[in-house]
Structure formats: C-alpha cells, structure tokens
Design a protein. Structure first.
Ligand code: CMC
Length: 427
C-alpha cells in the first residue's frame, strides 16, 4: 500500500502521508489539509470514515468479526480471565502479575466507600427515575466530593483516580437499583471478589444473608469482560472528547454514561428485551416484526441487530448466545423469550434485506436474556453495560491524556443564512 495519498482540488495537487497501524489498517493523515488548501475541510457525519486518534488498546476487524484487547482475543479473555485482570490490562497495557492484581484489588477496595451525603442526592430522585440518569448524575457528583484534579503527569495521581472510580462506581450502580426498589443503601463486603461484591451489593435483602451462585458470578464476569472496551464507539469517543478539554475523569465518565444510554448504543439491551416481550405479547409472530423492520415507512428497527463496524457476526454476540443457553440451562429456567430471539435471528440471517445490509446480531441481542435470568431488572441492563465499559472508558481517557491529545473540536460547513441586518420587533 502506498504511503501517501494525493488530493486534487482547485487545480492543485496536494500530497498527504498515510499512517499504518500494527494490523495494517491505513489512514490518510489530513492534519495539514486546511493549511495547504487554504481552508478546505472534510465532512463525514457520524464519523463513518474518520479516525479520531491512534490507540493501542483495542483492535477490531468488523469484516472478519475479530475483537482483541491489547492483542488478546475476546474469546480467550471471556473464557479464562477475571474482570479485574481485564480492567488492569485495558488501563495499564499489560496483564497484571499476581502481586500487582492483588494490590490493584486491595487499592480498589480501600476506595469503595462513597460519601454518605451522596444518599441525600439519591433521595432527591423520584423512584421512577431511570437508573442510567441517576448513575450519570451520581458519577458527576463524585467530582464534587473528590475535588482534587488529577495531575496526569503523576503516575501516582493517575493510579489513585483509577482505583477511586473503580471502587466507588459499583456502589453507585447498586444504589441506583436499590433506590428504585425501595431497599436500604448499603456498602459491599471487602472480603469478596469484585464481581461477587457487585452482586451482593445489588441483591442482598436486609433480612437475609446473600448466598453467591457460581453460575451467576461466572456469567456476570463474562458479560463484564465482553463489554469492557470497544475502541472509539459513541460513549468512549464522548469520554475522550470531554476529557480532551481537561475535564476530570469522573466528569468525562458521567458524559460517557449519558452517551451509552441511547437505544442505538448501550440502551439497545433494554430495547431488545422490551421488543421481545412485545412480540411475545402480540402472539410471537416474528414474521410480522421482520416485515416492520424492513418497512421504510415504519420507524421500527430490529433492536440488537446491525452495527456500525461489524459487517459480520459480532464475536461478542456469538459468546453471549452460547452463554445464554448455558445459564438458562444451569439455572433451570425456561424462557420463551430466548426462543423468540433465536427465531428472529434465524429469519434475519437468511432474509435478503438483512443479508444485503450485513446486519447480524450484536452484543445486545442476547445479553438481556442472561441479565433477566440473573434477576436484574430491565431498566438496569444498560447500567450493567456501563459497569463493564468502565475500564475501557478509563483506559481510553488515560491514553488520551498521556498522549497530550489536543482538545476535540470538529469543523462544520455552515449552510444557514448569509449576513442580514437586524430589524427591531417594534418595527
Ligand atoms: N433493523 C432494520 N434495519 C436496519 C437496522 C436494524 N436494526 N440496522 C440498520 N438497518 C438498515 C438501515 O435502515 C439502513 O438501511 P438503508 O441502507 O436501506 O437506508 C442500513 O441498514 C444501514 O444502517 P445505518 O443506520 O446507516 O447504519 P449505522 O452504522 O449508522 O447504524 C446501528 C448502526 C447499530 C445504529 C444500527 O444498525 C441500529 O440502529 N441497530 C439497532 C440498535 C442496536 O442494536 N444498537 C446496538 C449496537 S451494538 C452495541 C453498542 O454499540 O452499544
């Protein structure tokens, strides 16, 4: 592949260098474009063709259905790793030694108490509030309770802020759910593993002990790993761009949570389950909903299908589908929703509309079925996605700050009125 690209505009040729990644992805470096063309810019709504950064964290090949964190395949990590190990890998670049992992976990535990005054903020929310809104607000509020800004040039400062958010975030996740259910807000149990602690904080009833279920612990560990990073998706790009103004880590993550909430992004897991429920309530006629999804005059989309980058199976969806089967089987749950999901998938994979557009099940298609089997309420599904995505957001924010990336500030092409003079309303 040539290492330069030539652009001809206004009768002049300009040469631009290319950048090649470690997996041979090629990008045209247009950082000098405006200067050499006297102000010409590019336009690419939705950034479908635009790379916003170079990154060493996650590689994905959407055509081949490959996803790797720091070079390790998602299949390997989901099968063999522990969520905290993966978090460490994503944030710091290498898998931890046993000692480093032990210290990392101990440091996270030492940060797992949130200021008790945060309860007052939670109390001000109505019970009907969506937990993603509550989580985003509380994460932002953490800044007020931990005001010292991170000195990114200090490894110690950076590490401290990383373990702080990893320690406090699961508490907020659990509180967002318990508030809705009218349960007392409690702290976790520092004798437990990270995932076990999350489950206990979420599900412990005030009048009984919480008994861990290995099947549920393993399934949640796997789901969190599968969601942990996905390069420059909408919420991660949000975290990087907010952080690029030198806003703090918690404020940047709070913005990422809001971006994740939308049904075209992380909110799809809730939307999928609601869609499957609606199909079931409507008699289970999957063909009717396939037709709706293909009808351009109908806004309905088959939620959990399609992806900006994957034009092949989402490798995470493959793992989650098998896990859904295993978890339901192991827990002895029969869920007709799973059959409806499998039916829809089968139809879509042979339907010309979906085949032509390369629309395959994505990570959100089967995950809700597992969350439901675990007893997690539908409105909490996207919150669970956020819990998994947290290390990715942190790692990407840290990488952006350490590289001293410039403030994110896209250009536009103005198509509004040209200059006109103001007339006072009295006239
Ligand atoms: N159902 C029906 N048609 C679809 C769907 C769908 N789920 N997804 C895409 N299409 C059609 C779309 O109408 C368009 O058709 P045409 O070429 O005739 O205009 C074509 O496929 C390309 O779609 P697009 O919207 O231009 O593609 P995009 O890359 O901008 O959007 C997407 C990707 C994920 C937003 C979209 O596929 C979608 O809305 N899917 C449903 C929501 C969903 O499952 N989101 C979770 C994404 S994975 C996890 C995550 O990112 O958080």
């Amino acid at each position: 592949m040539s290492n330069k690209a030539i652009l001809e505009i206004n009768g002049q040729k300009h040469e631009f260098p290319t950048v090649t990644g470690s997996e041979n992805e090629v990008a045209i470096d247009i950082t000098s474009l405006r200067a050499v063309t006297n102000g010409v810019t590019t336009i690419d709504p939705g950034f479908k063709n635009t790379g916003s950064c170079v990154s060493e964290i996650t590689f994905l090949d959407g055509e081949k259905g490959i996803l790797r964190y720091r070079g390790y395949s998602i299949e390997d990590l989901a099968e063999k790793a522990d969520f905290l190990e993966v978090a460490y890998l994503l944030i710091f670049g290498e898998l931890p030694t046993k000692e480093a992992l032990g210290k990392f976990h101990a440091d996270i535990k030492s940060e797992s108490v949130v200021d008790d005054d945060i309860r007052k903020i939670i109390d001000a929310f109505p019970k009907s509030a969506h937990p993603m809104g509550v989580l985003s607000s509380l994460t932002s509020a953490l800044t007020a309770f931990n005001p010292s800004s991170v000195n990114v040039d200090s490894q110690e400062d950076m590490y401290k802020s990383v373990v702080r958010i990893l320690g406090k975030f699961p508490v907020l996740v659990a509180w967002a759910m318990r508030k809705k259910q009218g349960l007392p807000l409690d702290y976790g149990d520092n004798t437990l593993g990270y995932v076990e602690n999350v489950l206990k904080m979420m599900f412990k009833q005030p009048n009984e002990d919480y008994v861990q279920n290995k099947i549920i612990v393993n399934a949640l560990n796997k789901l969190l790993i599968l969601h942990a990073d996905h390069e420059q998706n909408c919420s991660t790009s949000t975290v990087r761009i907010v952080g690029s103004s030198h806003a703090g880590l918690f404020a940047s993550i709070s913005a990422g949570i809001s971006a994740l909430w939308g049904p075209l992004h992380g909110g799809a897991n809730q939307a999928v389950l609601e869609m499957l429920e609606a199909i079931k309530a409507d008699g289970g006629d999957t063909k009717k909903y396939m037709a709706k999804a293909k009808d351009k005059s109908d806004p309905f989309r088959l939620m959990g299908f399609g992806h900006r980058v994957y034009k092949n199976f989402d490798p995470r969806a493959k793992i989650i589908k098998v896990t859904a089967d295993e978890v339901l089987n192991d827990l002895g749950i029969e869920d007709p929703i799973l059959d409806i999901a499998k039916g829809l998938e089968k139809e879509a994979l042979t339907d010309a509309y979906f085949v032509d557009r390369k629309l395959y099940p994505n990570v959100d298609f089967y995950s809700g079925i597992i969350y439901r089997a675990m007893g997690i309420p539908v409105e909490m599904f996207t919150v669970m996605f956020a819990l998994g995505r947290l290390p990715g957001w942190i790692g990407q924010w840290r990488e952006m700050r350490l590289r001293k990336e410039p403030i994110g500030r896209p250009r536009q092409i103005y198509t509004g009125s040209t200059q006109r003079s103001f007339e006072s309303v009295a006239k």
